[in-house]
Structure formats: structure tokens, C-alpha cells
Design a protein around this ligand. Structure first.
Ligand code: CTP
Length: 434
């Protein structure tokens, strides 16, 4: 029997009207179809932890797909079905998503073959999950709305701030859970339980992570590097020797730790000023993690992690180019605005942020952030068509002229199309192009 607790008030106070209505609509649909419905997992965990809530995960005791299609047609939502897994996603017009899973009614034949025994399916569904803090469910049907159901001591572990697995084979069954344990303990400031920590070590000793596909490790690493402050998680990974399992040359040094801190400050600066400018946050930390490793080793790591070709190019080659470029700028400083522009314009946001984190030279940092805030978006107002219309013959000279216009604009000149055209004509005339 589970422990139960009424958390209806918490739902009322912690959720906005939109989500509250959604939950009771889900409960009503469950009532109509005669199935039990629960909101589960991360949603309940984050509710109990007073963390911002993102996904709504629902488990239906019965046919989740039938439930989701009924709900979607009733509320005019889109529906994605995954028949193979008996799951569906309900998508509202504004993009809000509800994941629906079926708690399979599992029937066990008794030795005498008949009759079959039905198991409490929500319990079975929760028992398959990774950590106790992820096994909480809240009933949504009208009569029991707001009842928190705790089969595995999740409420106690949330209170005690502890990440604990439910059964001893958890990490062997799914070694990605080792990374997940570290991710959650870092995100919430929880410790990893003693038994759980020992089971992580055992799983590593028997080669569980070594046998894990690169894709799965990469996906976990991206999540860890995408967290607010991944440094403690990276340190925990090193304590368990996880980095060594990924590549024997990987070693967390003080320099890397200091760089992670610097990346943290840089990203905080950036995100405060440019909330709308999205970039893969994990990529900056990933570059920091691999900082200083030679090309060959970096490629081996990327291959072990089964990086898609494009990402591999971006993260390995671009990282090494960024490292070289920042050293060049430091060495050449002071340099002209134009030089900074042409040295940086082809780097993506994540590389620029990585360079900002790398340099310890305050003037260089200022020059790069000035480029980022004021110059990166500078472009000529005129284009090839305009050059053609004033009689300049198309060819590589177009790029030359447009780049010269950028150089002028970087000095605050040529603010209108007319001025740019005048400049282009003058340049063409001087160089005998017209
Ligand atoms: N789960 C699991 N084992 C995994 C991955 C997931 O048991 N290797 C379970 C967890 O119990 C989790 C649920 O599946 O509650 C959904 O996982 P996920 O989508 O990763 O969501 P969250 O736990 O909410 O994680 P996050 O907050 O990082 O999104």
C-alpha cells in the first residue's frame, strides 16, 4: 500500500490557472472514460521541490492512446501517437505538451494457467523508474483529485535531499542512470545515497558504461552540460572515474575547473543581456571540458560519443580554431576594430562565448564583447543588385566592395544606402572597374 497525502492546496498555490485547469480537465476525461489518471514523475518532483515546472507527464491506468485521442478531440489539440510504446503526446495550439503513457495492465498467469492476475498498474509503472524522487504520482480523477501517491519513499527522500534508486539492478539495467543520478544531485543540491553510490561503483566495475553506446552517453552529457552550473557534476563524474571510461586521457584539471567557472560568468552576462539570442549552452561547456586536448584525442572522444558529423566539426574544429584565434588576438593586441571584426565574424555565438571565457586579458575581453554587442550585426544596406545597377560588372570584386563598406561602417560612416552606393561608385571608378 502506498503512503498518501493530500496536496491539492499545493497544486492550487504553486500552479498557474492554465495548468490547474489542464489537470482537472485530464481528471474529468479520466472520469468519463472510466480510467484512473495520474500526473507523475518530474512534474510531481518539481512541485514538491518548488522548482519551475516544465513537462506534464500523465499515466493512464489502461489505454493511454485511447485516452489521449479522446482528450485531444474534446479540447481541439493535435495528437502524436507512438503505438509501439503505447504512448501519445497531446499538443495544444500554443505549444504546451502533455505526454501520456499507458500503465499496462499486466496479467500474470497463475501456475494453473487460469485465471490471470491483474497487478496495480500505476505501481508497476512507477517501480520501473530510476530514483525514488521520480516515482511520485498525483491522482487527477475528480473524487481523488490532489492525492499524492508515494510507493517508494519519494517524499521522504525529497525532504532528506537524497538521490536513491529503487532496486539494486537499476544501474545495470540502464547505465545512463549513473549520469542521471549525478545530474539530479547537482541540480537540486542532493547527495547520492550510500547504497546508490556503491551500486554506481559496482556498475562501473563491471563495465556498464564502457558498453553503453556513444549516442546515449552523449545525450546524458549534453543534459549535464546544459544545466545551470555543471561544474559540481563534472567533478562528481571525475570522482567516479566516469571521464576515464569515456576516454583514458580525460582528466579533470584545476585549469578546466577554473575555465568552467569563467564560462559560468560569461554565460550569465550573456543571458542577462541577450535572453533572446539562443545558442547551445551545453556546447560552450563541452568545449571547456575538452579545452587543451589535441586534435587527435578530441576526435577520438567525439567518435566514442558518436557525435553527428556536423556537430563533431563544430565542436572539435571550431573549438581548436577558437583557442588559436583568442591567442592570436591576445598576442596582437591592440588591434583595429576592423581586424577584430574580420577575425571574429565567422564564429558562432557559442565559440565567441567560449573565447570570452578563455581570455584573462581584460582589454581583449572588452574588445570581444564590444564586437558581440555592437558590431556583429553590421551589414551593408546595399547588395549585389545595387552594384550591378550602377554598372559594376559582377564578380569577386562585389565581395571586396561590400567588405570595404563594412570597414567604413565599423568606423561609424556610411549610414544610408545612398552613401554606400556613392562609396561603391567611387571605389569602382578609382580601381577602373567602371
Ligand atoms: N526514467 C528512468 N530511466 C531513465 C530515464 C528516465 O527511469 N534512464 C524515468 C524517470 O523516472 C523520469 C521519467 O522516466 O521520471 C521521465 O524522464 P525524463 O523525461 O528524463 O524527465 P525528468 O525526470 O523530468 O528529467 P528532466 O527534469 O531532466 O527533464
Amino acid at each position: 500500500k502506498p503512503r498518501t497525502k493530500y496536496v491539492g492546496n499545493r497544486l492550487k498555490h504553486r500552479l498557474d490557472q492554465r495548468v490547474r485547469t489542464l489537470l482537472s480537465d485530464i481528471g474529468n476525461a479520466g472520469d468519463t472514460l472510466g480510467v484512473e489518471v495520474f500526473v507523475v514523475g518530474g512534474f510531481v518532483r518539481d512541485l514538491m521541490l518548488e522548482q519551475p515546472i516544465e513537462d506534464v507527464d500523465v499515466v493512464v491506468e489502461g489505454d493511454g492512446i485511447a485516452f489521449a485521442s479522446y482528450f485531444a478531440s474534446l479540447h481541439h489539440c493535435r495528437l502524436h501517437q507512438h503505438r509501439k510504446f503505447n504512448t501519445a503526446v497531446i499538443i495544444f495550439e500554443d505549444g504546451l505538451k502533455v505526454d501520456v503513457a499507458s500503465a499496462r495492465l499486466e496479467y500474470y498467469a497463475t501456475p494453473a494457467a487460469l485465471p490471470v492476475v491483474e497487478n496495480s498498474s500505476i505501481k508497476m509503472d512507477l517501480a520501473r523508474r530510476d530514483f525514488t524522487i521520480n516515482t511520485l504520482a498525483i491522482s487527477l480523477n475528480t473524487e481523488t483529485f490532489g492525492t499524492l501517491i508515494d510507493y517508494f519513499g519519494g517524499v521522504r527522500d525529497v525532504k532528506d535531499k537524497i538521490v536513491r534508486i529503487i532496486h539494486n539492478l537499476s544501474f545495470i539495467e540502464d547505465p545512463t542512470r549513473i549520469f542521471r543520478a549525478i545530474k539530479f544531485s547537482n541540480r537540486f543540491g542532493f547527495r547520492i545515497g550510500k547504497v546508490t553510490a556503491n551500486l554506481i561503483k559496482n556498475a562501473l566495475n563491471v563495465g556498464a558504461v564502457k558498453n553503453l553506446s556513444g549516442l546515449r552517453v552523449l545525450s546524458e552529457l549534453k543534459q549535464i552540460f546544459g544545466e545551470e552550473n555543471p561544474l559540481p557534476a563534472v567533478q562528481t563524474m571525475a570522482d567516479y572515474g566516469l571521464d576515464k571510461v569515456i576516454h583514458h586521457d580525460l582528466k579533470l584539471t584545476d585549469t578546466t575547473c577554473a575555465l568552467f567557472e569563467s564560462v559560468g560568468k560569461t554565460l550569465a552576462w550573456h543571458d542577462l543581456l541577450y535572453a533572446d539570442d539562443v545558442y547551445p549552452r551545453w556546447a560552450v561547456y563541452f568545449m571547456a571540458w575538452l579545452h587543451g586536448y589535441p586534435f587527435a584525442v578530441s576526435i577520438q572522444i567525439a567518435d566514442r560519443l558518436m557525435f553527428p558529423v556536423k556537430e563533431k566539426e563544430r565542436l572539435i574544429e571550431q573549438r581548436i580554431k577558437s583557442e588559436h584565434r583568442i591567442r592570436l588576438i591576445e598576442k596582437s593586441y591592440p588591434v583595429s576594430t576592423q581586424q577584430i571584426y574580420w577575425w571574429l565574424i565567422h564564429f558562432k555565438t557559442e565559440c565567441l562565448l567560449f573565447m570570452l571565457a578563455l581570455t584573462k586579458n581584460e582589454s581583449v575581453r572588452k574588445a570581444i564583447s564590444h564586437f558581440y554587442t555592437h558590431q556583429r550585426k553590421i551589414k551593408p544596406l546595399i547588395g549585389g543588385k545595387d552594384l550591378k545597377s550602377v554598372g559594376i560588372k559582377p564578380g569577386p570584386v562585389y565581395t571586396t566592395i561590400l567588405n570595404k563598406i563594412i570597414d567604413e561602417k565599423l568606423d561609424g560612416k556610411l549610414n544610408t544606402m545612398e552613401e554606400e552606393i556613392k562609396f561603391a561608385k567611387h571605389y569602382a571608378f578609382e580601381n577602373k572597374l567602371i
